[in-house]
Design a protein around this ligand. Structure first.
Ligand SMILES: C[S@@+](CC[C@H](N)C(=O)[O-])C[C@H]1O[C@@H](n2cnc3c(N)ncnc32)[C@H](O)[C@@H]1O
Length: 189
């Protein structure tokens, strides 16, 4: 009953968006096969305007000057919250999930400007909901690529937040603390 109501609310939200001035943009996003709901500056993309990807973020439009004088811009195709994604079930072929992985240092730090931060009180709930939502909107048999840096929390603690089973994972970086983890959504989910 609750999940039926949630689907109705989502479809009403989508209809309201379709009726809004951003209709053209929304229609364009309907053809995308890859979702990145927390894309920030899109730093790991070969093509930052790759038209197969729907770039999302909770931040609508931010420009920051970093201490090395580099200017960064966060401007997603669509503002979204990975804890409550505005899409139907089983929509995307691929989801790329790279959430914040560090507790807040200072909102002025370059790191936070680029990558955002985890809330000390709610991070488990936030990331658990993020996994649930990313897998919900992923097609059955679809691929989810998860990136995690073990700056504040070990990967094994994070993997407990989803009941999906990872296929492979690979540590990278100077301290081997950044992990790329591949999941395939079960056909029965
Ligand atoms: C680690 S960064 C992503 C870096 C990105 N993959 C890149 O290549 O530049 C995490 C991003 O998640 C965003 N974020 C934080 N909470 C979010 C939420 N609830 N929903 C969507 N995005 C969120 C932050 O604003 C930040 O831009």
């Amino acid at each position: 009953m609750l999940s039926h109501l949630t689907q109705i609310v989502r479809s009403v939200k989508t209809t309201m968006l379709l009726a809004s001035p951003v209709t053209g943009q929304l229609v364009a996003t309907m053809t995308k096969t890859i979702l990145d709901p927390a894309s920030s500056t899109r730093s790991f993309y070969f093509d930052k305007t790759d038209d197969r990807v729907l770039f999302g973020d909770i931040r609508e439009n931010e420009t920051h000057l970093l201490t090395n004088n580099q200017t960064i811009k966060i401007k997603p195709d669509m503002v979204m919250d990975f804890r409550d994604l505005p899409f139907e079930n089983n929509k995307f072929e691929t989801v790329i999930f790279d959430p914040p992985h560090r507790f807040n240092l200072s909102s002025e730090s370059d790191f936070i400007k680029k990558y955002g931060s985890l809330d000390r009180e709610t991070w488990q709930d936030d990331l658990g909901k993020g996994f649930t939502e990313c897998f919900r909107v992923l097609k059955k048999g679809g691929t989810l690529i998860f990136k995690w840096s073990e700056v504040s929390i070990p990967l094994k603690e994070i993997l407990k937040l989803t009941n999906q089973k990872p296929v492979i994972g690979h540590p990278t970086g100077k301290r081997m603390g950044t992990h790329w983890v591949l999941f395939i959504k079960d056909n029965n989910d």
